[in-house]
Design a protein around this ligand. Sequence first.
Ligand code: AHM
Ligand code: MG
Length: 335
Amino acid sequence: ADLEPPTTDLITLTRHILSQQYALGEDATGDLTMLLIAIQVTSKYIASNVRKARLINLVGLAGASNVQGEDQKKLDVLSNDIMVNALRASGKVSVMVSEEIDDAIIVGGSKGTYCVVFDPLDGSSNIDAGVNVGTIFGVYKVKEGSEGSIKDVLRPGKEMVAAGYTMYGSSCNLVLSTGQGVDGFTLDEALGEFILTHPEIKIPSRGKIYSFNEGNSLHFYPPTNNYLNSIKYPENGKPYSARYIGSMVADVHRTLLYGGIFGYPDDKKSKDGKLRMLYEAFPMSFLTEQAGGVATTGTQRILDIIPPNIHGRCPVFLGSKDDVEDLKKFYAEYD
Ligand code: AHM
Ligand code: MG
């Protein structure tokens, strides 16, 4: 068969961000564009390091532990430094929060009007086995009159102006929303450019996959277990499939594309669950809602929560609208 000739009209991530900026007219300063371009470069650099990790001795522990008391991997530290340096240099950022750093970074003397919250390398326990990892980020605009303080990020996720993730997997994918839907890009390594490959991602309204760490079932509360039983032993005899990578970016990416439900509940052992609001739950919930899905703690919309501190956690259930609504019923009955 004749092969289609290659397209001569590539939509790169930069072109896409610029066209969204132009659509806003004269009101847009281009600052968010510059900021997102800076993030894009960090993703390429982190992707390159993740791919080479085994070869250039980046596998293993850095010898320190982070604010969560978890061992930091060499790649966690490297990825964090890459992002902090690039965001600082962009001149557009006045506050940063990283999973890897205890305190918020206030960028002194910055005229930047944005705050970036990020997990530079999420799921890093998977690195040594070559499993997918990712970067997650969210962007707030500093409040009117503020020069940049922690108050600018202790805000609900619905106030984010952009959110996204980059998945370092069999391909490197960047998925982004600036509040005008969700678009996915794939890194073309020959060009060094992210190319629009998944325009206007919409989560199917119902899926066939559930993604939970069921090893924790012993600790789960009844509504979680009752919901899981309802999809494993359904009346129609068609149970859901289980898929759990243990790397949020990969599990959420699959959920956005195929539908279904991803969950990291609170339970008898972890009273707020595991995932951090600012740089895990909020950006992923923002993307989920922008793609037509639902994100809840079981009883509350995640994007409405006001974070009590920068590393606070919350339960997360997100995905296809009908699936998450089913889960919410089990929580409503229990209360
Ligand atoms: P991390 O930030 O220390 O990498 O932990 C977050 C990760 C998520 O990517 C993933 O959803 C979750 O932890 C998996 O946790 P568990 O191993 O308890 O199932
Ligand atoms: Mg993380």
